[in-house]
Design a protein around this ligand. Structure first.
Ligand SMILES: Nc1ncnc2c1ncn2[C@@H]1O[C@H](COP(=O)(O)OP(=O)(O)OP(=O)(O)O)[C@@H](O)[C@H]1O
Ligand SMILES: [Mg+2]
Length: 239
């Protein structure tokens, strides 16, 4: 499958059309951003590690009944995906309080959240991705109530599956963000699941093993992503 036209270039990935109008090539770049694009750096091998990490997680989820946009891995840093109509919404689940939630509500960092907390955010960097609820989604027409319900249901099902998946690797899944889109009337999990869009803490030491290493200048960002991949049993190719 050949890349034709570049249709999107986001902060971390680029999307290209292919000879099949229903399919896109998603290229994972080394570019890394934080704080709504205010901090940007290229980290060697991040594109390759994240592309293969994402495929591993999406394949696991798909084996457990979550339908995703991933068709197949094409190369170390590219995947073939279905072309979706994306919802301008981020779905977040938190198993522990940290980051923006602690700032917003003044709760203690690391507080266990049981049941897990679900939140919707509007995907809009210029507005700082504001917190929204179902009423905003329906009133502004970003999705229907049924679609919002399904996004929440799928995101929480992913939580049940991934909490145990990461526990096997001695990691705590602290929180994560998912995006969804529609393909021929069906809702599919889209975008990516990588350490760029979730928080993972070592179960024993609570060491941060995700993009907070970049946000907080903790160093060894990609070495740590690779360690997570290795603990999950992945063999990452860097060629
Ligand atoms: N299967 C898909 N079909 C169409 N668009 C997709 C698909 N999967 C992901 N996308 C979109 O492609 C873009 C991916 O690029 P990237 O994640 O680098 O963007 P970004 O700069 O982070 O912007 P955003 O804040 O919108 O995610 C996102 O806008 C995402 O919503
Ligand atoms: Mg993105």
């Amino acid at each position: 499958m050949e890349k034709l036209l570049q249709i999107t270039t986001g902060k971390a990935k680029s999307l290209y059309t292919t000879s099949n109008p229903d399919q896109l090539i998603m290229e994972f770049r080394d570019d890394t951003s934080a704080f709504d694009g205010k901090k940007i750096e290229a980290l060697d091998n991040k594109g390759k590690v994240n592309n293969q990490f994402n495929a591993f997680v999406m394949e696991f989820l798909s084996s457990k009944g979550i339908e995703t946009h991933l068709i197949e891995l094409l190369s170390s840093n590219e995947s073939l995906v279905y072309k979706l109509d994306m919802f301008p919404i981020e779905c977040v689940v938190r198993n522990r309080a940290t980051g923006s939630l602690c700032k917003r509500l003044g709760v203690e960092d690391g507080l266990l959240l049981d049941p897990p907390l679900f939140e919707f955010f509007l995907k809009d960097d210029a507005l700082g991705d504001p917190l929204i609820n179902d009423h905003h989604i329906v009133s502004f027409g970003w999705a229907t109530q049924e679609e919002a319900n399904l996004m929440r249901e799928m995101t929480l099902k992913v939580n049940d599956l991934l909490v145990d998946f990461f526990k096997e690797a001695n990691l705590i899944l602290v929180d994560y963000k998912l995006e969804f889109g529609m393909f021929k009337g069906k809702m599919l999990l889209a975008d990516e699941f990588t350490p760029d869009g979730c928080r993972l803490w070592d179960k024993d030491t609570l060491t941060k093993m995700d993009k907070d290493r970049f946000r907080q200048d903790l160093g060894n960002v990609i070495e740590t992503y690779s360690e997570v991949a290795e603990r999950l049993g992945m063999q990452i190719k860097l060629d």
